[in-house]
Each structure stands twice: as structure tokens, then as C-alpha cells.
Design a binder for this molecule. Structure first.
Ligand SMILES: [Zn+2]
Length: 347
């Protein structure tokens, strides 16, 4: 690699050694507190001989907590004997955002999942994205990234991914969703700007990718977390990493939806307090009232009515009460049938 594009991050652990190790990725950062210090990004590796390499990430957005807990628990409990291959875990990948409990990093305002493929000499968040893109992803076959709705948004319990066009990749992706088997699985269509997400790097590098929305509203969803805790071992067995003991339960059935990235979202058309008139999981039709926006500075005005332009099932809902023009209020999905045919063979 060209020297000027070489990552400035260093890892305290060797991800190529058998066994289990943990430490930090060191992100160089010069601040008032430490002129030549570094930001610690926790990392762990578990490796046992030949087998698939899998990268698990959470804390891509710091205010999404279920995935972070899921991966911290896995990190502590898993042993090399449990697997064949290699598991790399980044349970709090945008560490400054994780420490602050905010979506973006308070250091550089960086939204990690909008900064791929990153910049070797950029801001801390860009350097983290660049390390994932240039060092970690080229070494793995699968990357699963655990998100929730965050402070501003709450989701029905969901795993999701952007639907690949190629039949083989699509079969593989649907296989991830069926194995993880959250109550709901969402295929996103027509996404713009995907190249700047982790997804874009995974596509460029031929890495199988799945993401989740495990609740949200800046809180911790117990039911969703329990479903994810049961799903993660199934997913890791499905890709051939986790060894089975022959006593595993079959995956429960997941309801599939397709979400159109552009038209599946309802936005606020005024600024004020949003009185939602619908709940997560409800079915709506075009023309239904989504809610009304009350004007707190001119409370005698009639509130602004926001309607659904399309029908579907509500898969996400704005969490905070106040809203402004342009905020996403609801996202809709359309229920679809997914063939029960056997998934494509995984290599
Ligand atoms: Zn997220």
C-alpha cells in the first residue's frame, strides 16, 4: 500500500494468532489533554485453526445500546474451542461516540456509517473507517453490524440489509436474515449514498453483510435484546464459525418486509411537538393521518396534519416529542413472501 494511504492506527493484538486476545486499536489523537495520545477502540479476537473469518461490530453509532451489550457478553464468554476459524469483535467501534452515548463522535462530529471508505489521514472517525476498510474487511468473509434506532428513532425488532441484485448474493443475504431470525426482516431497496456506509465497503470487498435495528429511542429494549441473544449463535453457526452440538433449536419464522429507501419514509412538514396518531407495527394506507404537529409559539393555530403518502406497516417511529421540518417521523415496509427454498450453499 502507498505509504500515505497506510493506516495510522495500531493494534495491540495480533488477529492472526490462534487463541483469544483483547486490547485496543490505538487511534492517534493530539488534544489539549495529551499532545501525542491515542483514542482506545476495544478489540478482541478469537481464533481456532481453519474456518471462516467473521467481523462483528457494534457502537457504530454510540447511542444504540443493545448490540454493544450483545457483543460485550459474547466477547467475555466465547472461547477458541467454541469456533472453527476466526472471530474479530469491535463492541464499541466509534469509541468517542460510545463514551458520550451519542450517534456521532463528539470529537469530530463524525458519523462513522457515513464516512466509508474513510481517510488514513483524516479525523479520528475517518481513520477508524479507513482501518476497517483497508485492514480488517480484506481479512474477513462476513461482517455483521449491530445497530438500533438510537435516540431519535425506535424500530420494531429487526435485522435488515440492502437487497443485492445478484441472485447468489441475495440468497446468501436472505440466509443471514433467516438464521438470525429476528421477528422481522427488512430488505431495503433503492438506497442512495450506500457507498459511504459500511455496506459499501463490504460490497466493494466481497464481504457478506447484515445489519440490525434492535429497538432504539436511546433506551435498552429487553424483548429485542433477548431475540438477538438467541439469534446471534444461530447466525454464527449458519456461516460455519460456531460449532454446533446437534441440539440447536430451529430458527423461528421471521416476517419479511421490503422498504423503499426514498418513498418509505414520512417526514415532518412543520416544526413543533409531534402528536403521533399511529404506533409501531400498525398497518396504514395512503392518506391516513400519521400525526399532527402542534405550534408551541402560536398554540391557537390549527396543527399541521401529516399524512402517509403510501401504505404499509410502520417499522420505525420518531422517538423525541419535538420535531422540525425534515425530521423522519415514520418508516414503512411492505410485507413480502420469501421463498422457503434452501439457501445457496455458503463457502
Ligand atoms: Zn445506527
Amino acid at each position: 500500500m502507498d505509504k500515505k494511504n497506510e493506516s495510522q492506527l495500531s493494534s495491540e493484538i495480533d488477529v492472526n494468532s490462534d487463541g483469544k486476545a483483547h486490547g485496543y486499536l490505538r487511534v492517534p489523537f493530539s488534544s489539549n489533554d495529551a499532545g501525542f495520545g491515542w483514542i482506545p477502540v476495544p478489540v478482541a479476537v478469537v481464533k481456532n485453526g481453519e474456518g471462516p473469518s467473521v467481523l462483528l461490530m457494534a457502537g457504530n453509532h454510540g447511542d444504540e445500546y443493545e448490540g454493544q451489550v450483545l457483543l460485550m457478553k459474547l466477547l467475555r464468554s466465547i472461547t477458541p474451542d467454541d469456533i472453527q476459524g476466526r472471530l474479530i469483535i469491535l463492541p464499541g467501534v466509534n469509541a468517542p461516540a460510545v463514551a458520550a452515548g451519542t450517534r456521532v463522535s463528539p470529537i469530530d462530529n463524525g458519523n462513522l456509517n457515513r464516512l466509508f471508505p474513510g481517510d488514513a489521514n483524516g479525523t479520528p472517525t475517518e481513520m477508524i473507517a479507513h482501518y476497517i476498510d483497508s485492514v480488517l474487511l480484506p481479512q474477513v468473509r462476513y461482517c455483521f453490524d449491530f445497530h438500533s434506532g438510537g435516540y431519535s428513532c425506535e424500530y420494531i425488532p429487526t435485522a435488515h440489509l440492502v437487497e443485492p441484485d445478484e441472485p447468489e448474493l441475495r440468497n446468501e443475504a436472505i440466509g443471514f436474515l433467516k438464521a438470525f431470525a429476528m421477528p422481522n426482516s427488512i430488505l431495503i431497496a433503492g438506497l442512495k449514498g450506500g457507498d459511504q456506509r459500511l455496506l459499501g465497503s463490504c460490497r466493494r470487498l466481497g464481504v457478506g453483510h447484515m445489519s440490525t435495528e434492535l429497538g432504539g429511542a436511546g433506551a435498552f429494549s429487553v424483548d429485542t435484546f433477548r431475540a438477538a441473544e438467541r439469534g446471534l449463535p444461530r447466525l454464527l453457526r449458519h456461516v460455519g464459525l460456531l460449532k454446533g452440538n446437534g441440539e440447536e433449536e430451529a430458527a423461528p419464522t421471521s416476517t419479511f418486509y421490503r422498504r423503499q429507501a426514498a418513498t418509505g419514509v414520512v417526514y415532518a412538514t412543520a416544526t413543533g411537538i409531534f402528536e403521533a396518531r399511529c404506533k409501531l407495527g400498525e398497518d396504514v394506507t395512503a392518506g391516513d393521518v400519521a400525526g399532527v404537529v402542534h405550534f408551541t409559539e402560536t398554540p391557537w393555530r390549527e396543527p399541521e396534519v401529516v399524512r402517509f403518502k403510501h401504505g404499509g406497516t410502520i417499522i420505525s417511529k420518531r422517538a423525541p416529542g419535538r420535531t422540525k421540518i425534515g425530521d423522519n417521523l415514520f418508516a414503512l415496509g411492505k410485507r413480502i413472501e420469501i421463498s422457503q427454498a434452501r439457501d445457496a450453499h455458503l463457502s
